[in-house]
Design a protein around this ligand. Sequence first.
Ligand code: MG
Length: 243
Amino acid sequence: MEYKKKIDEYLQLQGHKALQLRAVLFDMDGVLFDSMPYHAEAWSQVMTDAGYNFSKEDVYMNEGRTGADTINTASIAQFGHPSTPEQIEALCKAKCEIFATYPPTPRMKGALELVSKVKACGLTPMIVTGSGTPTLLDKIESNFPDIFDKGHIVTSFNVKRGKPYPDPYLLALEKGGLQPHEAIVVENAPLGVTAGVAAGLFTIAANTGPLKESVLVQAGASLVFPSIQALCDEWEKLYKATR
Ligand code: MG
């Protein structure tokens, strides 16, 4: 009932008659991969070393932004001006170097089962991420074999403006030949939720990090699950409510 009610609220607000699901747009870090603890550690270390006041919680609050946008936002807030391209490049490089020393990021618990269920329903699973690591496509394919089509993945290489702008989700709709009422978003980060909602999509959050659930609700999430496993366990009920 709860699902149906939230879907109806969305439909009314957006002026659609019904959800006609054809695709599910998954964020990557903190949704498909349990990678956020590593990102939080690496970013907070690099930024602190460079003289920023930047905690792990700040990393979670900025999650979804591109690296350059994360650095610029902090620079403007703390020093009153954006960073130079050289500073951005150096910090991104330092972050990647630290990140590369960590063990491979594990799949999020329940993620493979969830995307497999989505696919078994005849829906197209897509990925919309602010990440831009060169090995990203290989990592996706080895962890989620034969699930995601390369043409259905949006990365930071594909858009000028990352989340919280709607651009990555709008591009995903374009790549998938989809209307907003034909897809839903699965996100874990407040800025990712903001981006999904701004693109006109029904947006679900899984709170896989340390932030309060209310942060995701305030960002506009229609539903918040405590984990990806919990969303996976509820998938059949949720999918039924969309039909
Ligand atoms: Mg995420």
